[in-house]
Design a protein around this ligand. Sequence first.
Ligand code: UD2
Length: 314
Amino acid sequence: MTKIIQHALVTGGAGFIGSHLVDALIEQGARVTVIDNLTTGKMENLQDAGARVHFVEGDIRNRGLLQQVMDGVDVVFHQAAVVSVPLSVAHPLDSAAVNETGTLEVLEAARQAGCRRVVLASSSAVYGDDPELPKRETMAFGPLSPYAVQKMTGEYYAGLYTKLYGLETACLRYFNVFGPRQDPSSPYSGVISIFLDRAGAGRSPVIYGDGEQTRDFVYVRDVVSANVCAATEDTAAGKAFNIGTGKTITINRLWQQVAELAGIALAPDYEAARHGDILHSVAAIDAARRDLGFSPEISFEEGLARTYAWYQRQ
Ligand code: UD2
């Protein structure tokens, strides 16, 4: 059975993925509240939503505030996080405070408020570098960074909250998400945002390693659809799902496509592979197809063209 979302809370709703989710929820007629501390989120990401979103600036670890924004909410989409893997390696306590304790705060506040379901943003990082491909949800966890341990722990807590308190949860293991509003400004930003930024500036990109590593890039709108289904479908409760496309592209090919789009011919600079970089990553999405009715609709080429157009307008 499919349930309707009446009042959603999006943590991290001013961020890249969260803000797209906000737009989609509003379009569907849901009431939407956002809590975001604007550390990496930006108000301009909520421009389209405008006055239709109830925006609250604050941290998910502010218990009183969290209780307030949870009032009357039936579905929580927990997108707030410190998303950088290398940052979690450099500052494990700071990232754990948000990704682990913050997630527990969100689950606990949702339990106390009597929310129906919490959808958590997890990550393909939980699989580590298990060479078996594609990654399946039945594979063992193999976290290789504090970030991965934190996401894994969030999934364990979600499962516990279902068992102990009957709070419905669903976890989405994002693969490499891309699209408009992804911020290219950090060296650890998504590679597509960095490449598009470089191409726009007529500068060569850096490719770490030989560029033959592969990734499963999924367009943000498809990730949003997966979130909505994870909140509305009865079959999603209590489960974790890979959210990718099942297809891959090498980083070399990615730059070729970006250069073609931009109409430039710039050779990349090659540098040593990043410490801990995994070689190949691709999702098996059978479970998401079956239980969420998930089907990626935006092809990689189409998504890249849309994202390029967006960066050009910026
Ligand atoms: C992604 C997620 C991360 C985590 C991880 C799990 C993003 C942005 N990050 O990290 O949060 O879930 O997957 O495994 O989605 N690269 C270059 N040049 C650049 C930047 C990157 O060659 O300027 C390479 C990089 O070395 C890697 C690939 O491109 O091989 C993708 O890098 P990324 O940072 O976009 O994402 P990833 O897969 O490391």
